[in-house]
Ligand binder design. Structure first.
Ligand SMILES: Cc1cc2nc3c(=O)[nH]c(=O)nc-3n(C[C@H](O)[C@H](O)[C@H](O)COP(=O)(O)O)c2cc1C
Length: 193
């Protein structure tokens, strides 16, 4: 079994989502002996924005990088993503990665009956961090809702969230939110497994 672990927080060692994504991966490793883990830090090792030059395939190095990101995604059974809320959405580094793996003809296609996801059978667990409090269905949430939509569009319906929110309210809020998120990991993994 292969697990792909991505982080996208720009806050380095003080990141909530990095702490949570690492804890999720450690739990998965405990549960599955011999699990192969690939790691990419999208903050320190980002993919460039998807420009016309990158999309057009005229840049051989960029095309190779795209192909590698896609192959790594397709080879993974489980994807664990540290995904903070940035300006109500996801960090642009994570968006750039999504732009490489959401590709017509590879991970989804349009048919006469509408779109069809081609990447089904994978499991996704998102370590979500938010300064404010949004709950499960806020109209201001373009982060978790977006990630659920994107992976669902690719055919992946098993998307679980481990969420620490309200972390900017006060240090105590942050401590409590992190503790609650850590405590929720076994439940999220049971649902995802
Ligand atoms: C650039 C930036 C934008 C942010 N935008 C939002 C936001 O729109 N809503 C919110 O609730 N928190 C926002 N925050 C707070 C983060 O979501 C919060 O600090 C979260 O814990 C970040 O995860 P991290 O600690 O793993 O980096 C923002 C933080 C940064 C650095």
């Amino acid at each position: 079994m292969k697990l792909l672990h991505l982080d996208s927080s720009a806050l380095g060692a003080s990141s909530v989502t990095r702490e949570l994504s690492a804890a999720i991966v450690a739990r998965w490793q405990d549960a599955v002996p011999g699990l192969t883990v690939d790691y990419r830090d999208l903050d320190t090792n980002p993919l460039p924005h998807l420009t016309g030059g990158v999309l057009g395939g005229t840049d051989a190095a960029a095309s190779a990088e795209n192909d590698a990101a896609m192959a790594q995604f397709l080879a993974s059974d489980v994807i664990v993503i540290g995904a903070p809320m940035y300006n109500f959405g996801v960090p642009s580094t994570l968006k750039a990665w999504i732009d490489r793996v959401a590709v017509a003809g590879k991970t989804f296609r349009y048919t006469e009956n509408g779109p069809e996801g081609l990447a089904g059978g994978k499991r996704v667990v998102i370590a979500s961090g938010r300064g404010g409090i949004y709950g499960d269905s806020s109209p201001a949430d373009f982060q978790e809702a977006y990630l659920r939509q994107v992976f669902g569009f690719l055919g992946i319906s098993d998307v679980e969230f481990v969420r620490a929110e309200g972390v900017a309210y006060s240090p105590q809020h942050r401590t409590d939110a992190l503790a609650a998120a850590h405590a929720s990991i076994p439940v999220a993994l049971r649902k995802a497994a």
